[in-house]
Design a protein around this ligand. Structure first.
Ligand SMILES: Cc1ncc(COP(=O)(O)O)c(C=O)c1O
Length: 373
C-alpha cells in the first residue's frame, strides 16, 4: 500500500529536538504530570494512592465507564456506549477511515489540513478531491465549490474544525450548509475536532450533534494539553460505533490503565483546564497581534482563539530552507508551509509557554532583518 510521507510529522521528527524556541507546535503549553494532577488540589500522593493497587492489566478495552461518561458529556446527544477510546485523535481518524473507505470510493477533503484526512483515504484506494481553503477568504472554503465536487456516490467528507494549520473555524451556520450538501447524497462527514476555540463567545458544535452521519474525533492532546497520554476518542451514532468496534479490535486493544486513569482526571477537571488554557491563548494571541503589527515581513489571518496559526512570510528564499537556517542558527522552530502544500507560509504554534513565544518571535524578527538589506 502506497502512502505519501506525512509532511509535518516528518519535519518535526527530524528537527523538534534541536529547538530552543519551539514555536511550531499546535498544542497549548503541555502540563507537567504534577501540574495536571494537582489542578484541582489533588496531591500526587492522593492521585497515586488510587492507582498503586490497580492491576496493570489491559483494563477497560473501550475506555473505562468513567471515561466514556465524561466524554459523552462533551456532546449533546451521544450516549457513553457510542464513545470508543482510541490512541489519540490520529488513532480515531485512522479507525474511521479504515472502517469506511474502500477502493474506488469518492472522498472530499478540506485542503490544506491535517494530512491524515486526505492521504489515508487515498492510500485505501479512494479518489480524493480537495475542497480548497483560501487565504483571502479568511482561510475558508467556498460552499459552491463543495456543491460542484459532491457526487451521488460521495462516501465521505473530511474536515478539521478548527483547522490545522490555519485555525479556520466553521461556525454552526456553515456546518449546517455542509450537512445539507452531504445529506443530499447520504455522505458521511468526519470532523477532527481536536482544536476547540477557547473563547466563550465562539460556540462551535460537534458534527455528531448536527448530523446523524457525522463522526467526531478528538483527544486530550491539544485543548487539554496532555499529548503525552495517548488518549483520544471517536463519537458517532450506534450503527457506526458498532462498525468501528469491529475494526478497532484489529488495530488496538486499549489505551492503557494509567492513561485512562489520568484521562478521566483531566476530563473531570476540564473547566479548570479550559480556564488555564484560555488565559494562555488570549495572552499569547495579543503578543502575536502586536508582533505582526510591527513585523513588516509577516502577515497573518488571525485565528479566533484556536491554538494554531499560519503566518505568511515575505522572504526571497524557499521557506523550508529558511526554517532550517533559522533553526540551526537561532534555535527557532517553525513548520514550513510547504509541509502543508502552501509555500511562503509557516505554522506558528503560538500557544507554547509565553516566555518561549516572546523570545522566539524576537529571534525570528531579528533574523528577518537580514532580508531588509
Ligand atoms: C488535526 C489534528 N488531528 C490530530 C492530531 C494528533 O492528535 P493526537 O495527538 O491526539 O493523536 C493533530 C496533531 O497535530 C492534529 O493537528
Amino acid at each position: 500500500m502506497n502512502i505519501a510521507s506525512f509532511g509535518v510529522e516528518e519535519w518535526l521528527n527530524v528537527w523538534e529536538n534541536d529547538a530552543i524556541y519551539d514555536i511550531a507546535g499546535s498544542s497549548i503549553a503541555s502540563f507537567s504530570l504534577e501540574e495536571i494532577i494537582s489542578i484541582d488540589g489533588t496531591t500526587p500522593k492522593e492521585f497515586f494512592d488510587g492507582l498503586l493497587k490497580t492491576k496493570m492489566n489491559y483494563g477497560w478495552i473501550e475506555g473505562s465507564p468513567d471515561f466514556k461518561k465524561e466524554v459523552s458529556k462533551l456532546y449533546k446527544n451521544v450516549p457513553p456506549e457510542n464513545i470508543l477510546q482510541t490512541n489519540g485523535a490520529t488513532g480515531a481518524n485512522l479507525l474511521a477511515l479504515y472502517s469506511l473507505i474502500e477502493p474506488g470510493d469518492h472522498v472530499i477533503s478540506m485542503h490544506p489540513s491535517y494530512q491524515q484526512l486526505y492521504d489515508i483515504p487515498k492510500s485505501f484506494g479512494a479518489e480524493v478531491d480537495f475542497w480548497e481553503i483560501y487565504e483571502e477568504n479568511d482561510w475558508l472554503p467556498k460552499l459552491n465549490e463543495l456543491k460542484k465536487l459532491i457526487r451521488p456516490n460521495t462516501k465521505l467528507i473530511c474536515l478539521n474544525n478548527a483547522n490545522n494549520p490555519t485555525g479556520t473555524i466553521f461556525d454552526d451556520d456553515f456546518l449546517k450548509e455542509i450537512v445539507k450538501i452531504a445529506s443530499n447524497v447520504g455522505a458521511y462527514i468526519l470532523v477532527d475536532e481536536v482544536y476547540k476555540p477557547l473563547d466563550s463567545s465562539i460556540v462551535v458544535s460537534s458534527i455528531v450533534d448536527l448530523y446523524d452521519k457525522g463522526i467526531s474525533t478528538n483527544s486530550l492532546s491539544k485543548t487539554y494539553s496532555v499529548p503525552g497520554i495517548r488518549v483520544g476518542w471517536i463519537a458517532s451514532n450506534t450503527e457506526l460505533a458498532d462498525s468501528f468496534r469491529k475494526y478497532r479490535d484489529y488495530t488496538m486493544i486499549c489505551a492503557g490503565v494509567f492513561d485512562d486513569y489520568l484521562a478521566v482526571h483531566v476530563l473531570k477537571n476540564k473547566e479548570l483546564v479550559y480556564d488555564r488554557n484560555k488565559k494562555i491563548v488570549h495572552t499569547n494571541l495579543e503578543i502575536v497581534k502586536e508582533w505582526v503589527k510591527n513585523e513588516p515581513r509577516v502577515s497573518l489571518v488571525f485565528p479566533k482563539y484556536v491554538s494554531t496559526s499560519f503566518i505568511k512570510l515575505d522572504i526571497p528564499i524557499d521557506v523550508e530552507q529558511f526554517c532550517i537556517d533559522i533553526l540551526k542558527e537561532k534555535g527557532v522552530l517553525l513548520v514550513p508551509g510547504n509541509r502543508f502544500d502552501v509555500p511562503g507560509h509557516a505554522r506558528l504554534g503560538y500557544c507554547t509557554h509565553t516566555e518561549i513565544l516572546k523570545n522566539g518571535l524576537k529571534e525570528l524578527s531579528a533574523y528577518l532583518r537580514k532580508f531588509d538589506k
